[in-house]
Design a protein around this ligand. Structure first.
Ligand code: OAD
Length: 252
């Protein structure tokens, strides 16, 4: 049984607003590699080589091919018990928002109502020049033909709709994330190393404005010293048990 406090269960059961920040760890049990764990994505590839605009312009086929591979992994993955538990938690609290650094779409596929994507969505692509949205199939066809995928309207290069190193986060998503953090009564930080800003600032900001802040992670993170409580364990074990406990408390 995961080790969380009665205080956390009480605070969740009484909360008007709950906000959850998620990172790659919540999708690890769906078979999607994390970034910084041993065997994670960044171990295998050099991010500086692939996840920035200069690298993309230098070698669009390589970068489009890498994202195609990652997109296939994501499309074949299924939401796990952790994603599902957060979707279930919505039934027991008046308002819940999930702020995610993940680009894998799994919170949405688990039917969580409010999902704020800070780093984009790997299933979407758009033209760098005219910003027209382009379906993944067109990218796949071009790659199979050994060509960089280009816009059918203006011949611009097609890029994934994700935030690369050196790029700003989407301003509207960040503003919404800050707003839900500002009003949260309880804030959960789940499956993130919490070293990449500005997302890593959100648990700290939540605590500063008075939220009860807990993290769910098998390991120490950049915000472990800032939270009220750390629950050590995989999200797929911890979150279902936590949500069951909240449901039992709410139903009393
Ligand atoms: P990281 O790879 O940095 O961290 C993954 C975290 O998940 C670690 O703290 C692990 O201990 C934890 N973890 C592993 N398995 C878990 C499980 N089953 N349950 C719960 N936690 C588990 O991934 P992020 O924190 O998401 O940004 O990385 C943040 C950003 O860094 C990414 O969004 C990406 C990268 O640069 C961009 O690409 C813009």
């Amino acid at each position: 049984m995961p080790d969380f406090s009665d205080t956390l269960v009480d605070r969740l059961a009484e909360a008007d607003h709950v906000a959850v920040l998620t990172g790659a760890g919540i999708s690890a049990e769906s078979g999607i590699p994390t970034f910084r764990d041993p065997g994670g994505l960044w171990d295998e590839f050099d991010p500086q080589e692939l996840a920035n605009v200069e690298a993309f312009l230098d070698n669009p086929e390589l970068v489009q091919g890498w994202y195609r591979h990652r997109r296939q992994v994501v499309v074949e993955a299924e939401p796990n018990a952790g994603h599902q538990a957060l979707a279930d938690l919505e039934a027991h609290v008046p308002s819940l928002a999930v702020v995610t650094q993940n680009v894998d779409n799994l919170h949405t596929r688990a039917e969580t109502g409010t999902v704020i994507e800070l780093h984009g969505n790997i299933t979407d692509n758009y033209c760098m020049d005219c910003e027209r949205a382009v379906g993944a199939e067109a990218v796949d066809v071009a790659i199979q033909e050994g060509e960089p995928a280009r816009c059918p309207d203006c011949e611009g290069l097609i890029r994934p709709d994700v935030v690369w190193f050196g790029e700003m986060l989407p301003a509207d998503a960040m503003a919404r994330a800050e707003a839900v953090t500002e009003r949260a009564d309880v804030f959960l930080s789940v499956g993130t190393s919490a070293v990449v800003h500005p997302a890593a600032q959100l648990p700290v900001a939540a605590r500063e404005q008075g939220a009860y802040v807990a993290e769910v992670n098998p390991d120490t993170t950049g915000v472990t010293d800032d939270v009220h409580e750390t629950i050590r364990g995989p999200a797929g074990d911890v979150l279902p048990a936590l949500v069951d406990a909240v449901a039992a408390r709410v139903d009393v």
